[in-house]
Ligand binder design. Structure first.
Ligand SMILES: NC(=O)c1ccc[n+]([C@@H]2O[C@H](COP(=O)([O-])OP(=O)(O)OC[C@H]3O[C@@H](n4cnc5c(N)ncnc54)[C@H](OP(=O)(O)O)[C@@H]3O)[C@@H](O)[C@H]2O)c1
Length: 336
């Protein structure tokens, strides 16, 4: 089978196409014939910064989709033929999804309903699980999203045209929240509207704090924050008492200065997220809720849902990584 590997960290030219034997699933594992490998920023960041073990070849990419074609001992043989979405394939493992077949623990290959495309399946993992975590950190819960779980809450999603932002808008809508989002251009505003945001604010063209305050006079209960350093003043200006900022990226800077007294007096909460290391129960709650949202057709992909797909062949995985690093708007997929 064909696989993309790297033996040393570095720029995308460390990636090479190779032939490997098709792997056999062990106890508790399934083998998936991969249809699409989804690329996230974490994939090029890991490739750049994390040295594979000595002599080890690392296959990149956490997310993917495909069809179960073999199961190991202890796994229900009825799973063969099942369409699945894959999460955390390359987390503390050498086998990501940029290969024709991947073997992984059965729970990391989740059934995908018939109506849901394999492209959507490869877009879920990191973005939707991060979004689910962010949306379940508000004061008073919920710990798992479901229809009505966020009823009466106002959520602000920073960067609603991003992959995590898109998933956060869709999941928050499904859960019944009023959803506001910020974007940097009219093109991104159209994508955030397609995702289902009730209100889209162009933070370059508008006074975002004033517009959000007018739209949500009681304040925002929860901010799903991609750029905490850039947006700390905005978030403070729009948060309701007991509000939460759930932040998940450091691209806008490595540190945030939080006014102590203001945060104390309003009981504000600033909570970080790293999707890989959230508690296991939170991961499983995310997987279950994401599956429910997909089954309800409330979590969708592609241009009509605000997340255009960009396809690359396996041999051009390096270009796919570079495209994500360059900030491609939408979801970069590798076709197997
Ligand atoms: N901690 C975790 O577990 C975790 C999980 C997933 C992703 N991440 C990280 O999160 C970041 C985003 O990932 P992604 O896959 O969503 O990437 P993406 O699809 O490229 O989206 C990034 C978005 O960030 C927005 N953005 C940047 N500065 C902003 C600002 N000042 N205000 C509002 N929005 C802003 C951009 O929108 P505009 O151009 O409109 O500003 C863009 O849409 C990456 O750094 C990634 O590594 C972390």
């Amino acid at each position: 089978m064909k696989a993309i590997v790297y033996e040393h960290s570095g720029a995308s030219d460390v990636l090479s196409l190779t032939d490997r034997p098709v792997p056999e699933p062990g106890p508790g594992e399934v083998r998936v014939k991969v249809a699409f490998s989804g690329v996230n920023p974490t994939d090029w960041k890991s490739r750049t910064n994390a040295q594979p073990g000595a002599g080890a070849a690392q296959v990149p990419n956490q997310d993917g989709s495909g069809v179960v074609d073999a199961v190991g001992p202890g796994v229900d043989a009825a799973r063969v033929g099942e369409r699945v979405w894959i999460w955390e394939a390359a987390w503390q493992r050498a086998d990501g999804t940029a290969q024709e077949y991947v073997v992984l623990p059965a729970r990391q290959a989740v059934p995908l309903p018939e109506h849901a495309s394999l492209e959507l399946g490869a877009s879920l993992g990191i973005p939707a699980m991060t979004a689910h975590r962010a949306l379940t950190l508000a004061e008073g819960g919920p710990t798992r999203l479901a229809p009505g779980a966020l009823a009466g809450r106002t959520v602000l999603v920073a960067g609603g045209a991003g992959a995590v932002g898109n998933a956060a808008i869709q999941l928050a809508r499904w859960a019944g929240a009023t959803v506001l989002t910020t974007v940097s251009s009219p093109q991104k505003a159209r994508l955030a509207e397609a995702a289902g945001a009730h209100h889209v604010v162009d933070y370059r063209a508008q006074d975002a704090a004033a517009v959000i305050r007018a739209l949500a006079p009681e304040g925002v209960d929860l901010v799903v924050e991609v750029a905490p350093t850039a947006n700390v003043a905005l978030d403070l200006a729009v948060l309701a008492p007991n509000g939460t900022v759930a932040f998940y990226a450091d691209g806008s800077g490595p540190e945030v200065t939080i006014p102590v007294r203001d945060s104390m007096f309003r009981n504000l909460r600033w909570l970080g997220i790293l999707v890989y290391t959230i508690p296991d129960a939170a991961k499983l709650a995310a997987v279950a809720a994401i599956s429910d949202a997909v089954a309800a057709d409330a979590l969708r992909g592609g241009e009509q849902a605000g997340l255009p797909w960009h396809h690359y062949p396996l041999a051009r995985t390096a270009d796919a990584h570079d495209a994500v690093q360059a900030g491609t708007v939408g979801k970069v997929l590798i076709d197997l």
